[in-house]
Design a protein around this ligand. Structure first.
Ligand SMILES: Nc1nc2c(ncn2[C@@H]2O[C@H](COP(=O)(O)OP(=O)(O)O)[C@@H](O)[C@H]2O)c(=O)[nH]1
Ligand SMILES: [Mg+2]
Length: 445
């Protein structure tokens, strides 16, 4: 573990009732002596004056000392809880640095907690996810991961794999014909049970990824069909300029909204048409680019109007398998009722962006495409990285299930499955990945 003592302002920048400077490392007792004149009793809240090198008071607050290894990082930790102003907090931080600490890097406290075995990697990641959660659903699922529910389920599969591997390895030592058929069938049953366990886990983690990352939805169509109006309606704000003039939207307008706690990232684009306007043409080129990163596309046309070449071209250029909703907008102008039809990945809706009629059904479809299922209990925050690892483990188990009597092959697949799962909790994680994960944290965490 790193020998440096690190310090950072752990509370959000700005002014607040309380601001916390956190210090972790071997020099904590000296730093406490320097700032407070003594080392407070461990795990006791102590009222104290924080002083500079000349004894001048910088602030008065609470000091909390945690002796190693009973702290967040596993090292000696000092928390100085003073007043939440940027200037005063900086003075206290500088005082700690003067006494031998260095400024912490983003995520460095949590990284130390991971390295000292206080948290596994999935739990450490959920610290950042909890802080960043955009919705209460997201926060609750991150908290579930933080207390280790996700890791526990991963470990349960790993334990199952370990037992199974022992069983398989034991059988390998016998020549083929001596393997007891009863053993083979027990092994097959266990593989099947683990596949099911893993499939459930993939489902729950997939939900977590949705809660964290959401779905990017691109609105396209000819000019004036109401794309910007629909964006504004969904965002419940006037974000994009709406006018009856074709070609109003040129720059992409982006808005992230929450539907039932799921982040939906909307991209409003320049309407697709032939144009000589160079600016609009750039906008149109960007529309096509945006589609490459889309998780779903909403194609708008005006209700009661004929479908034209533009739509045919759009349809022919859409990436295959991209979920699409065809939205017939402006039903209020044509006296049509709202309505919708959903066929798996494809759906059509009759709506009015102006009155909002029919928009709720469209929102429901977006949630469905995002992969959200109602009753998100037992969902825990997960990342794409976790999902990839779970799927990789599942693939190895699938392969393991097909090898028949070739138990050497099965043993190898089981080993690879276990290794894939190990990357989630950090047992088999490369250093550069660790660096990348923690560098995305905020400072002081
Ligand atoms: N009556 C009616 N007008 C709409 C509706 N949606 C959009 N409009 C109008 O159609 C025009 C073009 O809308 P806009 O959102 O800028 O279309 P965009 O070019 O596709 O972004 C504006 O005058 C809007 O007020 C709708 O559902 N009903
Ligand atoms: Mg527009």
């Amino acid at each position: 573990m790193d020998a440096d003592t690190i310090a950072a302002i752990a509370t959000a920048p700005g002014r607040g009732g309380i601001g916390v400077v956190r210090v972790s490392g071997a020099k904590v007792p000296d730093i406490a002596q320097g700032v407070l004149g003594r080392l407070p009793r461990a795990r006791n809240a102590t009222v104290a004056t924080f002083r500079d090198a000349h004894g001048v008071p910088l602030d008065q607050g609470l000091a909390l000392y945690f002796a190693a290894p009973h702290s967040f990082t596993g090292q000696p930790v000092l928390e100085l809880q003073g007043h939440g102003g940027p200037a005063v907090l900086n003075l206290v931080l500088q005082r700690c640095i003067e006494l031998g600490a260095r400024p912490a890097e983003p995520g460095e406290f949590t990284k130390r907690a991971f390295l000292s075995g206080k948290l596994d990697l999935a739990q450490a990641e959920s610290v950042a996810d909890l802080i960043e959660a955009a919705s209460s659903e997201g926060a609750l699922s991150a908290a579930r991961s933080l207390v280790g529910e996700f890791s526990a389920r991963v470990h349960a599969v790993v334990d199952g794999l370990t037992t199974l591997r022992m069983h398989v390895e034991a059988c390998i030592d016998f020549p083929d014909e001596d393997i007891d058929p009863a053993d083979l069938s027990t092994i097959a049953q266990k593989v099947e049970a683990l596949r099911q366990q893993l499939a459930d886990l993939v489902g729950a983690a997939g939900q977590g990824v949705v809660l964290r990352d959401g779905l990017t939805v691109v609105l396209i169509g000819r000019p004036n069909v109401g794309k910007s109006s629909l964006l504004n309606r969904l965002a419940q704000q006037d974000l994009a300029i709406v006018t009856p003039i074709a070609g109003t939207t040129r720059d992409q307008v982006r808005a992230s909204i929450l539907i039932k706690g799921v982040p939906i990232h909307l991209v409003d684009t320049a309407g697709l048409r032939e144009t000589d306007d160079p600016v609009e043409r750039i906008g149109i080129a960007r529309t096509w680019q945006a589609l490459e990163l889309a998780g779903a596309v909403v194609l708008l046309t005006e209700a009661g109007e004929m479908v034209a070449e533009t739509e045919a071209e759009i349809l022919s250029r859409l990436p295959p398998n991209l979920p699409m909703a065809w939205v017939y907008n402006k039903i209020d102008l044509h006296g049509q009722p709202a309505g919708h039809r959903v066929e798996s990945q494809h759906a059509s809706f009759r709506i009015s962006a102006l009155t909002g009629e029919g928009v709720e059904a469209l929102q429901g479809w977006l949630l469905q495409v995002a992969g959200w299922k109602p009753g998100g209990e037992g969902v825990f925050m997960a990342r794409t990285r976790h999902l990839t690892a779970l799927r990789s483990a599942a693939t190895h188990l699938d392969r393991g299930a097909t090898v028949g009597r070739q138990l050497e092959l099965m043993a190898e697949e089981l080993r690879l499955a276990q290794q894939a799962l190990g990357t989630i909790t950090g047992e088999f994680t490369a250093d550069d990945l660790l660096g990348e994960i923690f560098s995305r944290f905020c400072i002081g965490k």
